[in-house]
Write a protein that binds this ligand. Structure first.
Ligand code: B12
Ligand code: SF4
Length: 429
C-alpha cells in the first residue's frame, strides 16, 4: 500500500518557525510501515509541502498538535474521509473532535496499532494505542522518508525516553506519554547516533535527566564514542547533581533548554513545578560555570501574575545572563489541569487552535487583562531580542548569542507585523 504521512505547518511565525525539526512520531510510524513493505512518504510542511492536487495514496496519516490541528483538518478535507487517519498529541486529547475529519483516530502512542489500522484489521473509529514498553524494540527513525529532509549534516532529533514523573499543571506531556519514565538502553542510542550523518543532536526527551543513573551510563558511552555536540531539555534540579553536570559538560552538552517557568514563587507553586527561585538561580550559575548555554523557558499569565511579573521576568533573564529565552503565554491545552480550571470558570474566550501556540492570550487572566498580558509579553520580547543587545553581544565576541538575538529580533518584528491588530482580542474587555 502507499501511505503518506503529513506533519502540518505551524500557524504563525513563532520563535521556532525557522527550525524545521520534525516531530518523531510520523518518522517512527513511517519506518515501521516501510519495514513492513509499504511504500511510505512523509511530508513535513515546514520542510516541503506536497502538491496536494497530485497526491494520491491508500492512506493519508496526519499528525496534529493543538497549534497545528486546524491546518491538519484543512489537509484532511482535501482527501476522501475513508483514507484519512489522524493521530498525535491533540488528536489523543480530543479524539471526538478529530474523528469528524478522519475514518479513524489513534489515541496515544501508535507503534503497536499502526500496521493493523493501515491494513484494515482494526476498524473501530477511535483506536487506543498502548505506551511502548520496550523502546529498544523500535526501529531507528528513517529520516530519508521525509521529502526534502537535508542530506547535509544538520541537527538530528533523538528520543531516548518517554514520559515524565512530574505533572505540571500546564503541560500535556504526561497526559500523552504518562508519568512512568521509560528509556532506551545506552547501547541502542549510541548505535542510532553513530549511524547519523551528523555530529549535532537534539535530545527531544522532555526530561533528559529524570533517571540520573541511566543518563550517566549514556553520557559515559557518548564520551567514549566522541559524540559531543548536543542539546537537551532538563529541569533545574539536575544542577544539584554536580557530578552529572560535569559529565554532561564533558560529553559535549552545548545547550540546555530549561523550564524555569516563573520568577514568581506563587506561580511556581500553582504550576505544581516543584522548584524554587533559589534552585533556578543555582542552576543557571552551575550551567554557565561549565560553559553550557541556556535556553530559558518561562510561562506567563498564571493566577498570581500581574503586569510587573512580565518585567520582573525580563529583568531576571538579563541579570542572570540567560542566553536565549522563550516567554510563553499560559495556554490552556486540552487535557491539562489549567484547561479544566479555566474552562470550568468560563474564562477561555476562544477555541481557535491556531492561537494555542504560547504566543497568543486565549483566556482572561486573573490580575491583568488579556490585552495587557499580550502587550507586555510582546514588549518584553522586543527588549530582550533588541538590535542593541544583539550588537553589544557581537562587539563582546559572543557570536552565537548575537546571532540568536538577531534571529529573535527578526522573528518578533514579523510576529508584531502580522498580529498588530490583535483582532482576536477584540471580543474581550
Ligand atoms: C521536539 C519538540 C518540538 C520541536 C519540533 C516540533 C515540531 N515539529 O512541531 C520544537 C522545539 C520546534 C517544538 C515547538 C513547539 N512545540 Co513542541 N515538542 C517537542 C517534543 C519535546 C518532542 C516531540 C517528539 O518528537 N515526540 C516523540 C514522538 C514519538 O511523539 P509524537 O510525535 O507525539 O508521536 C506519537 C503519537 O503522537 C502518535 N502519532 C503522532 N503522529 C501521528 C500520526 C498518525 C497518523 C497516527 C496514527 C499517530 C500519530 O504516535 C507517535 C508514536 O508513538 C514534544 C514533547 C513530546 N514528548 O512529544 C513537545 C510538544 C509536542 N510541543 C508542544 C508545544 C506546545 C510546542 C509549541 C506550540 C510551543 C513552543 N514550545 O513554542 C511549538 C509549536 C511548533 C509547531 N509545530 O507549530 C507540546 C504540544 C502540546 C499540544 N497539546 O499540542 C508538546 C507535547 C510539549 C508539551 N509541553 O506539552 N516542539
Ligand atoms: S513541564 Fe516538564 S517537568 Fe513538568 S510535566 Fe511537563 S515535561 Fe514534566
Amino acid at each position: 500500500m502507499k501511505i503518506v504521512l503529513i506533519e502540518p505547518r505551524g500557524s504563525e511565525a513563532n520563535v521556532y518557525s525557522k527550525i524545521s525539526m520534525p516531530l518523531l512520531g510520523p518518522v517512527y510510524l513511517g519506518t515501521i510501515l516501510k519495514n513492513r513493505g509499504h511504500e511510505v512518504e512523509i511530508y513535513n510542511e515546514n520542510i516541503q509541502a506536497p502538491d496536494y492536487a497530485r497526491l494520491n495514496a491508500d492512506v493519508i496519516g496526519i499528525s496534529i498538535l493543538t497549534s497545528t490541528a486546524k491546518r491538519g483538518y484543512e489537509i484532511a478535507k482535501k482527501f476522501p474521509k475513508e483514507k484519512v487517519v489522524i493521530g498525535g498529541v491533540h488528536a489523543s486529547l480530543l479524539p471526538a473532535e478529530a474523528i469528524e475529519f478522519a475514518r479513524q483516530v489513534v489515541v496515544g502512542e501508535a507503534e503497536d496499532v499502526i500496521i493493523d489500522v493501515v491494513e484494515g484489521r482494526r476498524l473501530e473509529p477511535i483506536v487506543y494505542g498502548k505506551p511502548v514498553e520496550d523502546l529498544d524494540a523500535l526501529p531507528h527513525p528513517d529520516f530519508s522518508l521525509i521529502k526534502g529532509f537535508p542530506t547535509a549534516p544538520t541537527v538530528v532529533p533523538v528520543s531516548t525516553s518517554r514520559g515524565c514523573p512530574f505533572d505540571c499543571s500546564f503541560c500535556s506531556v504526561t497526559k500523552m506519554f504518562g508519568r512512568e519514565y521509560r528509556f532506551r538502553s545506552a547501547q541502542d542510542i549510541i548505535v542510532e547516533m553513530r549511524s547519523r550523518n551528523t555530529k549535532q543532536f537534539f535530545f527531544c526527551d522532555d526530561n533528559f535527566t529524570a533517571h540520573p543513573k541511566r543518563t550517566r551510563i549514556l553520557l559515559g558511552q557518548m564520551i567514549k564514542n566522541k559524540l559531543s555536540n548536543w542539546a537537551c531539555q532538563v529541569r533545574c534540579d539536575v544542577a544539584k547533581d554536580r557530578e552529572l553536570l560535569d559529565m554532561m559538560a564533558r560529553a559535549g552538552c552545548k545547550v540546555v533548554c530549561v523550564g524555569f517557568e516563573s520568577v514568581n514563587p506563587m506561580t511556581l507553586a500553582a504550576y505544581r513545578k516543584k522548584q524554587t527561585i533559589e534552585e533556578i538561580v543555582g542552576a543557571i550559575r552551575s550551567f554557565h560555570k561549565r560553559k553550557i548555554k541556556i535556553h530559558g523557558m518561562f510561562v506567563l499569565g498564571g493566577e498570581d501574575d500581574n503586569k510587573n511579573t512580565v518585567w520582573e521576568t525580563l529583568r531576571f533573564a538579563i541579570k542572570e545572563r540567560i542566553d536565549t529565552i522563550q516567554m510563553m503565554i499560559l495556554t490552556p491545552l486540552p487535557g491539562t489541569k489549567v484547561y479544566e480550571t479555566l474552562e470550568a470558570q468560563k474564562r477561555i474566550f476562544t477555541k481557535d487552535w491556531n492561537l494555542y501556540d504560547g504566543q497568543h492570550v486565549v483566556f482572561n487572566p486573573n490580575l491583568l487583562s488579556a490585552k495587557e498580558l499580550q502587550q507586555s509579553v510582546t514588549r518584553a520580547y522586543t527588549k530582550f531580542y533588541s538590535l542593541y543587545r544583539s550588537l553589544s553581544l557581537l562587539l563582546g565576541f559572543h557570536y552565537r548569542n548575537a546571532m540568536f538575538r538577531f534571529m529573535g529580533y527578526v522573528i518578533i518584528k514579523q510576529w508584531i507585523r502580522r498580529n498588530q491588530s490583535m483582532r482576536w482580542l477584540a471580543q474581550v474587555a
